[in-house]
Design a protein around this ligand. Structure first.
Ligand code: ADP
Ligand code: ADP
Length: 227
Protein backbone atom coordinates (compact mmCIF):
# COMPACT_ATOMS: atom_id res chain seq x y z
CA UNK A 1 0.00 0.00 0.00
CA UNK A 2 2.73 2.49 0.80
CA UNK A 3 4.71 2.84 -2.34
CA UNK A 4 6.76 5.96 -2.84
CA UNK A 5 7.06 7.16 -6.42
CA UNK A 6 9.41 9.90 -7.53
CA UNK A 7 8.58 10.82 -11.12
CA UNK A 8 11.23 12.94 -12.81
CA UNK A 9 11.80 15.06 -9.71
CA UNK A 10 14.04 18.13 -9.88
CA UNK A 11 15.21 20.54 -7.19
CA UNK A 12 16.74 23.96 -7.63
CA UNK A 13 17.20 26.02 -4.46
CA UNK A 14 16.07 29.64 -4.78
CA UNK A 15 19.54 31.04 -4.36
CA UNK A 16 21.26 28.46 -6.58
CA UNK A 17 22.10 28.55 -10.28
CA UNK A 18 22.25 24.78 -10.80
CA UNK A 19 19.85 22.01 -10.00
CA UNK A 20 20.73 20.09 -6.82
CA UNK A 21 18.62 17.13 -7.94
CA UNK A 22 18.05 16.34 -11.60
CA UNK A 23 15.48 13.99 -13.11
CA UNK A 24 15.23 11.77 -10.04
CA UNK A 25 13.08 8.86 -11.16
CA UNK A 26 12.54 6.03 -8.69
CA UNK A 27 9.69 3.73 -7.77
CA UNK A 28 9.89 2.31 -4.27
CA UNK A 29 7.83 -0.73 -3.35
CA UNK A 30 5.82 -1.19 -0.19
CA UNK A 31 8.09 -2.39 2.64
CA UNK A 32 11.21 -1.93 0.55
CA UNK A 33 14.49 -0.84 2.21
CA UNK A 34 16.17 1.68 -0.08
CA UNK A 35 19.64 3.05 0.66
CA UNK A 36 21.00 6.25 -0.93
CA UNK A 37 24.77 6.42 -1.28
CA UNK A 38 27.11 8.91 -2.95
CA UNK A 39 29.59 11.65 -2.18
CA UNK A 40 28.81 14.65 -0.02
CA UNK A 41 26.68 17.18 -1.90
CA UNK A 42 25.22 14.69 -4.40
CA UNK A 43 21.64 15.40 -3.33
CA UNK A 44 20.81 12.65 -0.82
CA UNK A 45 19.45 14.92 1.94
CA UNK A 46 17.67 17.19 -0.51
CA UNK A 47 15.80 14.20 -1.91
CA UNK A 48 14.83 12.95 1.56
CA UNK A 49 13.68 16.42 2.53
CA UNK A 50 11.52 16.69 -0.58
CA UNK A 51 9.91 13.36 0.28
CA UNK A 52 9.29 14.58 3.84
CA UNK A 53 7.88 17.86 2.55
CA UNK A 54 10.59 19.95 4.18
CA UNK A 55 11.74 21.24 0.77
CA UNK A 56 9.59 22.11 -2.17
CA UNK A 57 9.84 20.06 -5.34
CA UNK A 58 10.80 22.34 -8.26
CA UNK A 59 9.59 20.02 -10.98
CA UNK A 60 8.20 16.49 -11.19
CA UNK A 61 5.82 14.49 -9.01
CA UNK A 62 6.04 12.76 -5.63
CA UNK A 63 3.43 10.13 -4.92
CA UNK A 64 2.91 8.31 -1.64
CA UNK A 65 0.55 5.35 -1.75
CA UNK A 66 -0.36 6.42 -5.29
CA UNK A 67 -1.44 9.92 -4.26
CA UNK A 68 0.28 13.06 -5.44
CA UNK A 69 1.94 14.66 -2.41
CA UNK A 70 3.77 17.68 -3.83
CA UNK A 71 1.59 20.18 -1.98
CA UNK A 72 0.69 18.13 1.10
CA UNK A 73 1.93 19.43 4.47
CA UNK A 74 4.72 17.42 6.16
CA UNK A 75 2.49 16.39 9.04
CA UNK A 76 0.02 14.80 6.64
CA UNK A 77 2.57 12.68 4.80
CA UNK A 78 2.65 9.61 7.07
CA UNK A 79 6.40 9.94 7.38
CA UNK A 80 8.72 9.67 10.34
CA UNK A 81 12.26 10.95 9.96
CA UNK A 82 15.39 10.14 11.97
CA UNK A 83 18.43 12.38 11.80
CA UNK A 84 22.15 12.03 12.31
CA UNK A 85 22.20 14.50 15.20
CA UNK A 86 19.14 12.93 16.90
CA UNK A 87 17.34 16.31 17.19
CA UNK A 88 16.19 15.54 20.74
CA UNK A 89 14.85 18.30 22.97
CA UNK A 90 17.52 18.69 25.70
CA UNK A 91 15.18 20.06 28.38
CA UNK A 92 12.67 17.21 28.02
CA UNK A 93 12.78 13.73 29.48
CA UNK A 94 13.03 10.67 27.27
CA UNK A 95 9.30 10.14 27.78
CA UNK A 96 8.42 13.67 26.75
CA UNK A 97 10.75 13.55 23.77
CA UNK A 98 8.92 10.50 22.50
CA UNK A 99 5.48 11.87 23.41
CA UNK A 100 5.97 15.30 21.86
CA UNK A 101 4.87 14.57 18.30
CA UNK A 102 1.79 12.74 19.59
CA UNK A 103 0.81 15.61 21.90
CA UNK A 104 1.02 17.95 18.93
CA UNK A 105 -1.42 15.72 17.12
CA UNK A 106 -3.80 15.70 20.09
CA UNK A 107 -3.61 12.02 20.91
CA UNK A 108 -5.24 11.16 24.23
CA UNK A 109 -3.04 10.84 27.31
CA UNK A 110 -3.76 7.12 27.57
CA UNK A 111 -2.97 6.56 23.94
CA UNK A 112 0.29 8.46 24.24
CA UNK A 113 1.23 6.55 27.35
CA UNK A 114 0.61 3.21 25.68
CA UNK A 115 2.55 4.09 22.53
CA UNK A 116 5.52 5.58 24.37
CA UNK A 117 5.83 2.69 26.81
CA UNK A 118 5.47 0.16 24.06
CA UNK A 119 8.21 1.81 21.98
CA UNK A 120 10.41 2.13 25.07
CA UNK A 121 9.99 -1.59 25.69
CA UNK A 122 10.89 -2.47 22.11
CA UNK A 123 14.00 -0.29 22.26
CA UNK A 124 15.18 -1.19 25.75
CA UNK A 125 14.51 2.30 27.09
CA UNK A 126 11.84 1.46 29.65
CA UNK A 127 14.15 2.16 32.62
CA UNK A 128 15.33 5.48 31.18
CA UNK A 129 12.06 7.30 30.58
CA UNK A 130 12.70 9.96 33.23
CA UNK A 131 16.22 10.84 32.10
CA UNK A 132 17.21 13.88 30.09
CA UNK A 133 19.14 13.31 26.86
CA UNK A 134 22.36 14.64 28.42
CA UNK A 135 22.31 11.71 30.83
CA UNK A 136 22.20 9.10 28.06
CA UNK A 137 24.85 7.37 26.01
CA UNK A 138 25.06 7.97 22.26
CA UNK A 139 23.38 4.67 21.53
CA UNK A 140 20.58 5.41 23.98
CA UNK A 141 20.00 8.82 22.44
CA UNK A 142 19.80 7.26 19.03
CA UNK A 143 17.23 4.81 20.39
CA UNK A 144 15.14 7.71 21.66
CA UNK A 145 15.29 9.26 18.19
CA UNK A 146 14.09 5.95 16.77
CA UNK A 147 11.41 5.81 19.46
CA UNK A 148 10.06 9.18 18.36
CA UNK A 149 9.69 7.76 14.89
CA UNK A 150 8.14 4.48 16.04
CA UNK A 151 5.39 6.00 18.20
CA UNK A 152 3.98 7.73 15.15
CA UNK A 153 3.07 4.41 13.50
CA UNK A 154 4.19 5.98 10.24
CA UNK A 155 4.39 3.57 7.32
CA UNK A 156 7.41 5.39 5.90
CA UNK A 157 10.74 5.93 7.67
CA UNK A 158 13.33 8.33 6.33
CA UNK A 159 16.74 8.07 7.97
CA UNK A 160 19.57 10.47 7.23
CA UNK A 161 22.84 8.92 8.42
CA UNK A 162 21.25 7.90 11.71
CA UNK A 163 24.29 5.96 12.94
CA UNK A 164 27.17 8.12 11.81
CA UNK A 165 27.72 9.67 15.24
CA UNK A 166 28.11 6.32 16.96
CA UNK A 167 31.27 4.34 17.53
CA UNK A 168 31.94 1.30 15.37
CA UNK A 169 30.69 -1.29 17.81
CA UNK A 170 27.43 0.50 18.52
CA UNK A 171 26.87 1.05 14.82
CA UNK A 172 26.89 -2.68 14.27
CA UNK A 173 24.33 -3.41 16.99
CA UNK A 174 22.08 -0.48 16.04
CA UNK A 175 22.25 -1.57 12.41
CA UNK A 176 20.82 -4.93 13.41
CA UNK A 177 18.14 -3.16 15.41
CA UNK A 178 17.13 -1.02 12.46
CA UNK A 179 16.87 -4.11 10.26
CA UNK A 180 14.69 -5.77 12.89
CA UNK A 181 12.44 -2.72 13.25
CA UNK A 182 12.02 -2.58 9.50
CA UNK A 183 10.84 -6.19 9.52
CA UNK A 184 8.59 -5.85 12.53
CA UNK A 185 6.97 -2.55 11.65
CA UNK A 186 6.73 -3.35 7.93
CA UNK A 187 7.76 0.18 7.06
CA UNK A 188 8.97 1.43 3.72
CA UNK A 189 12.41 2.79 4.57
CA UNK A 190 14.72 5.21 2.80
CA UNK A 191 18.12 5.40 4.42
CA UNK A 192 21.13 7.59 3.70
CA UNK A 193 24.62 6.42 4.59
CA UNK A 194 28.30 6.76 3.74
CA UNK A 195 28.99 3.34 5.17
CA UNK A 196 29.27 0.61 2.55
CA UNK A 197 28.74 -2.19 5.07
CA UNK A 198 25.53 -0.56 6.26
CA UNK A 199 24.33 -0.23 2.68
CA UNK A 200 25.23 -3.84 1.91
CA UNK A 201 23.53 -5.34 4.95
CA UNK A 202 20.39 -3.19 5.07
CA UNK A 203 19.40 -2.49 1.48
CA UNK A 204 16.97 -4.25 -0.76
CA UNK A 205 18.13 -1.78 -3.40
CA UNK A 206 20.92 0.76 -3.38
CA UNK A 207 20.60 4.05 -5.25
CA UNK A 208 23.96 5.53 -6.21
CA UNK A 209 23.85 9.31 -6.66
CA UNK A 210 26.33 11.68 -8.22
CA UNK A 211 25.94 15.39 -8.89
CA UNK A 212 22.22 15.22 -8.19
CA UNK A 213 21.62 12.38 -10.62
CA UNK A 214 20.93 8.69 -10.20
CA UNK A 215 23.95 6.80 -11.51
CA UNK A 216 22.86 3.29 -10.68
CA UNK A 217 20.07 1.40 -8.95
CA UNK A 218 20.50 -2.22 -7.94
CA UNK A 219 20.76 -4.87 -5.27
CA UNK A 220 23.86 -4.70 -3.03
CA UNK A 221 25.37 -7.49 -5.10
CA UNK A 222 24.78 -5.66 -8.35
CA UNK A 223 26.15 -2.38 -7.03
CA UNK A 224 29.22 -3.57 -5.12
CA UNK A 225 30.26 -6.86 -6.67
CA UNK A 226 30.60 -5.83 -10.29
CA UNK A 227 33.45 -7.71 -11.95
P1 ADP B 1 24.08 15.32 0.33
O1 ADP B 1 22.98 15.08 1.30
O2 ADP B 1 24.21 14.23 -0.67
O3 ADP B 1 25.38 15.66 0.98
P2 ADP B 1 22.61 17.74 -0.26
O4 ADP B 1 21.28 17.28 -0.68
O5 ADP B 1 22.78 18.26 1.11
O6 ADP B 1 23.69 16.59 -0.54
O7 ADP B 1 23.09 18.88 -1.26
C1 ADP B 1 22.94 18.77 -2.66
C2 ADP B 1 23.37 20.09 -3.30
O8 ADP B 1 22.42 21.09 -2.95
C3 ADP B 1 24.72 20.59 -2.85
O9 ADP B 1 25.35 21.18 -3.95
C4 ADP B 1 24.38 21.60 -1.80
O10 ADP B 1 25.36 22.60 -1.73
C5 ADP B 1 23.08 22.17 -2.30
N1 ADP B 1 22.22 22.64 -1.21
C6 ADP B 1 21.79 21.92 -0.16
N2 ADP B 1 20.99 22.64 0.64
C7 ADP B 1 20.92 23.87 0.07
C8 ADP B 1 20.24 25.09 0.40
N3 ADP B 1 19.46 25.18 1.47
N4 ADP B 1 20.40 26.14 -0.42
C9 ADP B 1 21.17 26.05 -1.53
N5 ADP B 1 21.82 24.95 -1.90
C10 ADP B 1 21.70 23.87 -1.12
P1 ADP C 1 7.69 15.63 15.90
O1 ADP C 1 8.05 15.91 17.30
O2 ADP C 1 6.75 14.48 15.78
O3 ADP C 1 8.88 15.49 15.00
P2 ADP C 1 7.37 18.23 14.83
O4 ADP C 1 6.69 19.34 15.53
O5 ADP C 1 8.84 18.25 14.81
O6 ADP C 1 6.84 16.86 15.41
O7 ADP C 1 6.82 18.16 13.36
C1 ADP C 1 5.47 18.35 13.04
C2 ADP C 1 5.23 17.76 11.68
O8 ADP C 1 6.10 18.36 10.73
C3 ADP C 1 5.55 16.27 11.67
O9 ADP C 1 4.35 15.54 11.56
C4 ADP C 1 6.36 16.02 10.49
O10 ADP C 1 5.64 15.35 9.45
C5 ADP C 1 6.77 17.36 10.02
N1 ADP C 1 8.18 17.45 10.26
C6 ADP C 1 8.83 18.38 10.97
N2 ADP C 1 10.11 18.13 11.02
C7 ADP C 1 10.25 17.00 10.32
C8 ADP C 1 11.33 16.21 10.00
N3 ADP C 1 12.52 16.54 10.40
N4 ADP C 1 11.15 15.09 9.28
C9 ADP C 1 9.94 14.76 8.85
N5 ADP C 1 8.85 15.48 9.11
C10 ADP C 1 9.02 16.57 9.83
Amino acid sequence: MVKVDLDHVYKKYDNATDYSVTDFNLHINDHEFIVFVGPSGCGKSTTLRMIAGLEEISKGTLKIGGKVMNDVAPKDRQIAMVFQNYALYPHMSVYDNMAFGLKLRHYSKDDIDKKVKNAAEVLGLAHLLDRKPAALSGGQRQRVALGRAIVRDAPIFLMDEPLSNLDAKLRVSMRAEIAKLHQELKTTTIYVTHDQTEAMTLADRIVVLKDGKIQQVGSPLEVYNKP
